[in-house]
Design a protein around this ligand. Structure first.
Ligand code: GLC
Length: 438
């Protein structure tokens, strides 16, 4: 039976539909976002599978000639959003887009949809396979800096964890370009400024965009000579997992021609993983590539080693220790930043709040590695957060109150696909709920 929250989740997805693709939330994010769409497809698949595949097909419409699937597809110029198409000025795709990408969860979400319904899913996956393969090629080719063992990122917005304290190192070594010109932020008109990035951070974000634009979005130049270059455990682990899932798709689709290339990526990523191990903190952390310095906190990307199925026994044990320690510090898990680390702020964008899609990925990995109790608890936490506060973009881990965007699509989608009591048939984790009720 459909609950009131199920119905609300469906209506959020319907209201955010803009003709075959779904915006994250009205006004604050009025376009199609890359990894949002992949998670949204999971929720849509519980209502209308054709619509779920259409979401992904429309995302691929933004792919550039060199294979990148951009972070945002601008199908119009919406005055509610800054920086829009006139600031990015990209030309490599048939649509106006940003000049950076986002965490590549797409292959993994396609595999999840295929597992749900092989008969129809394989036909759809076949249509998307080459686009996804080309995107992974782009990541491995264009985002691996010369001499670096792992794929990196050139902009905090590319990591999807836009304002994480992880990026402070890379941003602090940057100068603001005096020619970024005057501009008017829109995010602080739609959300509480105290929960959003500072002005200095925003100036630096735009400095990187200006560099890309000035270099005609030449991605190798942006990676090797751009103002910002960090390795991100989020992108590293998500891409490794996505490569493994792409390999499985290649096998299911009999695309054996792609297998050796994907296998090489997986081996290289596994071998490079130690680069992200911060031995002082005993955790996988972001790292500034040019200085070699590590970020100083356990983020919600750190435990994605389980999702990627990588890390030594000791590294995984120490990661679990952090997860359990942090679980004792907050009412709900898992916060985007360690409450005991500098810059923790329970309501500020990526400095503390809980993000539904990150919990889904963390829990998927924990469940697969046999940590079913922790995984089930994350699922139940998300359920309780939504029951308590509604379908927010993210949640305060101390109080459970909702933060930033409302009527948020990926929160609605993950309710339907994972967190709701009725989501059993489609859940990524299979823990028992009993015993965790607060
Ligand atoms: C914010 C988030 C990013 C997300 C976007 C749309 O920029 O940091 O991860 O994709 O909003 O929801």
């Amino acid at each position: 039976m459909q609950s009131q929250l199920d119905a609300q989740a469906v209506s959020i997805l319907n209201n955010n539909d803009r003709g075959g693709f779904t915006i994250p939330t009205a006004r604050l994010y009025p376009y199609q976002w890359n990894w949002d769409s992949a998670f949204i497809a999971l929720g849509l698949a519980t209502i209308d599978r054709q619509r779920a595949w259409r979401e992904l097909t429309m995302l691929i419409d933004g792919q550039t000639a060199d294979g990148m699937i951009p972070s945002i597809l601008f199908r119009n110029d919406n005055p509610d959003y800054f920086p829009g198409p006139s600031v990015w000025q990209t030309t490599a795709s048939s649509l106006p887009t940003t000049g950076i990408s986002q965490p590549p969860v797409l292959a993994s979400m396609i595999l999840t949809l295929v597992r749900r319904d092989q008969a129809e899913g394989l036909g759809q996956a076949r249509l998307l396979f080459d686009a996804v393969l080309n995107w992974h090629r782009w990541y491995h080719r264009c985002r691996t800096p010369v001499g670096c063992p792992v794929v990196c990122t050139v902009h905090p917005w590319e990591t999807g964890r836009d304002n994480s304290p992880d990026w402070a190192l890379g941003l602090s070594s940057m100068q603001i370009d005096p020619d970024i010109g005057p501009y008017q932020r829109k995010d602080i008109e739609h959300a509480d400024p105290s929960q959003r990035p500072s002005q200095e951070e925003y100036d630096k974000y735009l400095t990187i965009v200006k560099f890309g634009r000035d270099h005609n979005w030449d991605q190798a130049t942006l990676t090797n000579q751009g103002p910002f270059l960090m390795a991100d455990p989020g992108i590293h682990f998500i891409l490794l997992r996505a490569d493994r899932d792409l390999l499985e798709l290649a096998t299911l689709l009999h695309r054996f021609d792609a297998v050796p290339e994907i296998e090489t990526w997986i081996e290289t990523a596994i071998a490079g993983t130690d680069y992200l191990w911060n031995d002082r903190l005993k955790a996988f952390c972001a790292r500034d590539v040019r200085s070699g310095q590590f970020a100083n906190g356990f983020s919600n990307a750190s435990p994605l080693c389980f999702y990627a199925g990588v890390g030594s026994e000791g590294q995984q044990r120490q990661t679990l220790d952090h997860l359990k320690r942090i679980r004792g510090l907050t009412k709900f898990g898992h916060p985007s930043w360690d409450p005991q680390a500098p810059r923790f702020d329970s309501q500020r964008y990526w400095c503390g709040p809980i993000w539904p899609q990150m919990n889904y990925l963390i829990a998927t990995g924990l469940n697969e590695q046999g940590e079913t109790e922790l995984a089930a608890r994350l699922r139940l936490d998300l359920r309780q957060l939504i029951e308590l506060s509604g379908f927010y973009e993210c949640f305060d881990p101390l109080t459970g109150s909702g933060c930033i965007g409302r009527d948020f699509s990926w929160t609605a989608a993950l309710w339907l696909a994972w967190a709701s009591p009725a989501a059993g048939a489609f859940e990524a984790v299979s823990g028992e709920d009993e015993g965790f009720a607060s």
